[in-house]
Write a protein that binds this ligand. Structure first.
Ligand SMILES: [Zn+2]
Length: 407
C-alpha cells in the first residue's frame, strides 16, 4: 500500500545508535537528524514561513491542543489542513495534546492532577491549587486555559483532531507523567498509555480510510516510562510490536518525564528496542548539549519551544554560549551577534541595533532574535548530520562543547 511516507537510514555513527536518514512525507523530505521549530498555534511566533524556510527549517511542529481550542480543528480542516492554512511549504507535525492537557491545560498554575484513587500517593499539586485536569482510563477531562470551559480528550478524539489538522506526522495520545509520581503510578500510567496507543491505531486506521482523498498521515507511537529502564524498554517493545488489524506505528515519539542526567540513558534503552528502520522523534528537546546526546543515542528529529522563547527574552545563542543582547555592554557593539553567522539578522543588523530594539520594546526585536536563534539550533543539528556523514561527529561535538560550555 503506497502511503507516501517512508524512512531511509543513511550513515551510522560508529559504536553508537546515532544515524542519518531521510523521512519522506506527502509534503516533502526531512533530512535527519533535524531540529523541527515549534509553530504552536500554526505560526512560528514573530517569523513568516518564508523566512523560516530561508533560515533552514525543514518542517514545523504545531500543537493539537492549542489548535483544537483555537481556531478549532474543523476550521483548519476546512482551510485545507495545517500546511495550507499557515502557508508552510513543507512537512508538518502535530503533537497529540497529551502533554498540554495535563500540564499546560492545568494551566498557568503549573499543577498536575492524577486520578482520584492514587491521588494521595501521587500528589503533585500544592494544597491551595485548583485541579484542572483529571485522568481516567478512558481519557482526560480538562479546563481550557483560554476561557475555563471544560473539554475532554480521549485517544479517539485526539486522532480526530489531528486528522482534521492534517499534519504529515501525528502522535498517539499518551499520559504524560512527572518524575515526582511514584513507581506504581508510572506502571499504571504506562499500561494506560499502551491501551490508548492501541485505540489510537484503530481510530487512525478508520480515519485514514474515511478520509482517503487526503494526504497520508503517519502515526508515531509515544513512549513513556519515566526514569525506569524496565518500563522504558517495555514501552518500546510494546509499541514496536503493536499491530491493530494489520496497522502498526510509522515511527515513535519519545516523551515524558526525564531530566538532563537520564536523557541519554533513556534514549539508549528505548532505541536499542525500537526497530532501526522507523524514525524516532525526541519530544521537547532543544538545548545544544541535549541535542548532541540525543543525536548520539539515535534520535532522528527534535522539537522545542526554547530557541524562540529565549529569543523573545533577548537571550541569543553564540558559539561561546548564550548572551543577553539587551545588556549594557552590547549597546554600542556595531557588529553582528556572530560575525560568521549567515542568518538574515547577522548579515543585516548589529548587536547595538538589537539592544536598542529590545530596550525600546519594538516588535521586530523578537523577529530578528528568533531568526538568529532558530538558525543557530536548526544549523547546529544540520552540522551534526553532516559530521556523521563525514565521520567527524565526535571531533565536532568536542570542539562545540568546549567553546559553548567552556568545558
Ligand atoms: Zn545569526
Amino acid at each position: 500500500m503506497g502511503t507516501g511516507f517512508s524512512f531511509k537510514v543513511g550513515k551510522k555513527l560508529d559504536g553508537r545508535l546515532g544515524r542519518t536518514g531521510v523521512i519522506t512525507t506527502s509534503h516533502g523530505e526531512i533530512k535527519t537528524p533535524a531540529f523541527i521549530p515549534v509553530a504552536t498555534k500554526a505560526t512560528l511566533k514573530s517569523v513568516l514561513p518564508e523566512t523560516l524556510k530561508e533560515l533552514g527549517a525543514q518542517a514545523v511542529l504545531a500543537n493539537a491542543y492549542h489548535l483544537y481550542l483555537q481556531p478549532g480543528s474543523n476550521l483548519v480542516d476546512q482551510a485545507g489542513g495545517l500546511a495550507k492554512f499557515m502557508n508552510w511549504q513543507g512537512p508538518t507535525f502535530t503533537d497529540s495534546g497529551g502533554f498540554q492537557v495535563l500540564s499546560l491545560g492545568v494551566g498557568f498554575k503549573k499543577v498536575i492532577a492524577m486520578d482520584e484513587n492514587t491521588f494521595q500517593a501521587d500528589d503533585v499539586i500544592a494544597d491551595d491549587k485548583e485541579r484542572l485536569a483529571h485522568v481516567d482510563d478512558d481519557g482526560v477531562t480538562f479546563k481550557s486555559h483560554l476561557d475555563g470551559s471544560m473539554h475532554r480528550f480521549t485517544p479517539e478524539i485526539s486522532m480526530q483532531v489531528q486528522h482534521q489538522i492534517g499534519a504529515d506526522i501525528i502522535f498517539s495520545f499518551d499520559e504524560c507523567t512527572t518524575l515526582h509520581n511514584t513507581r506504581s503510578y508510572q506502571e499504571k500510567a504506562l499500561e494506560r498509555t499502551r491501551l490508548w496507543a492501541q485505540r489510537c491505531l484503530v481510530e487512525h486506521d478508520r480515519l485514514t480510510k474515511e478520509r482517503k482523498d487526503k494526504p497520508y498521515q503517519a502515526l508515531f507511537g509515544v513512549l513513556q516510562g519515566a526514569q525506569y529502564e524496565d518500563l522504558r524498554r517495555k514501552a518500546a517493545k510494546d509499541l514496536s510490536q503493536m499491530s491493530m488489524a494489520g496497522v502498526s506505528f510509522d515511527g515513535f515519539g519519545i516523551g515524558g518525564a526525564l531530566d538532563k542526567q537520564t536523557l541519554g540513558d533513556i534514549l539508549k534503552w528505548v532505541n536499542e528496542e525500537l526497530p532501526v528502520d522507523k524514525p524516532r522523534h525526541f519530544l521537547g528537546i532543544g538545548e545544544p548539549d541535549d541535542l548532541f546526546v540525543g543525536v548520539e543515542n539515535g534520535a532522528d528529529t527534535f522539537d522545542c519551544v526554547a530557541p524562540s522563547r529565549q529569543a523573545r527574552t533577548s537571550s541569543v545563542f553564540t558559539k561561546d554560549g548564550r548572551l543577553n543582547i539587551s545588556n549594557a555592554p552590547h549597546k554600542d557593539e556595531f557588529f553582528p551577534i556572530e560575525k560568521d553567522c549567515t542568518c538574515y539578522t547577522c548579515t543585516h543588523y548589529t548587536r547595538a541595533y538589537l539592544c536598542h530594539l529590545f530596550r525600546a520594546k519594538e516588535m521586530v526585536a523578537a523577529t530578528l532574535a528568533t531568526i538568529h536563534n532558530q538558525h543557530f539550533i536548526v544549523g547546529l543539528v544540520d552540522q551534526m548530520r553532516e559530521s556523521i556523514e563525514d565521520g567527524s561527529f565526535f571531533e565536532f561535538k568536542d570542539r562545540f562543547m568546549k567553546r559553548y560550555y567552556g568545558k
